[in-house]
Design a protein around this ligand. Structure first.
Ligand code: SAM
Length: 229
């Protein structure tokens, strides 16, 4: 199967939409520049997609957010702004170099006090949060190693309560998600997490495809519900 990674014109439209509705301020531009200068991969959410997750957070009045996969803290800055001064973002990152850039970006953006960057494997970190009986999160963004998505969803369900939002990023993978024969661990993890979402009575969900400056991908948005209500 051949895959296209974008459609003609999609990048120009994305740039137009971003400039029109979600232009980056100095802190966000500087955060991207620091990430590039440090040689980090260009895999943060697109500005308008990070803004979408932050908008969802504001819509549910989120005060506590868990992000799995920090990179340079680009989306974490959006999320920190969404929770406000009294809010809290916990963001999980396995790579010490990424975490260091993220801490610098969060400090420069003036939101470091409300964001905890937890260094180490996210699976260990979410297990600790569950075991420690962490206060529930209002929104969980899953955006790290895709083969572990099922584990992160399980943890997210234990760390949230009805009314919370769970977002899983990169669920289309240039169309590869539709390939049921794929042996790619990221595709397998993504298909598994979508099946879990579909079968989970505690979740209402949809998924949409996206094109633009980050290519052809997509995200799943879930709402945690009380199945007995
Ligand atoms: N959410 C970020 C944003 O939009 O700004 C982008 C996150 S990037 C797509 C994925 C990040 O997850 C990378 O920085 C990578 O090092 C991290 N990661 C990969 N595997 C991980 C693991 N097992 N535990 C924690 N972080 C992991």
């Amino acid at each position: 199967m051949t895959h296209v990674t974008n459609i003609p014109g999609a990048e120009a439209v994305d740039r137009y939409l971003i400039e029109t509705l979600t232009p980056e301020d100095e802190a966000l531009t500087a955060a991207q520049e620091r990430a590039t200068a440090a040689g980090l991969p260009d895999i943060a959410m697109a500005p308008n997609q990070a803004a979408l997750v932050a908008l969802l957070a504001r819509m549910v009045g989120a005060r506590r957010i868990l992000e799995v996969g920090t990179l340079a803290g680009y989306t974490a800055i959006h999320l920190a702004r969404a929770v406000g001064e009294q809010g809290r973002v916990v963001t999980l990152e396995i790579d010490a170099a990424h975490a260091a850039v993220a801490r610098e970006n969060l400090r420069a953006a003036g939101v470091a006090e409300r964001v905890e960057v937890v260094e180490g494997p996210a699976r260990d970190a979410v297990t600790r949060l569950v075991e420690d009986g962490a206060e529930p999160f209002d929104l969980v963004l899953i955006d790290a190693d895709k083969p572990s998505n099922p584990d992160y969803l399980e943890a997210a369900l234990r760390l949230t309560r009805p009314g919370a939002v769970i977002v899983v990023d990169n669920v289309v993978r240039g169309g590869r998600v539709a390939d049921s024969a794929s042996q790619d661990a990221s595709v397998v993890g993504t298909r598994r997490v979508l099946e879990m979402v579909a079968a989970e009575p505690r979740l209402e969900a949809t998924a949409v495809q996206t094109v633009g400056i980050k290519g052809w991908d997509g995200l799943t948005v879930c709402r945690v519900v009380d199945p007995a209500a």
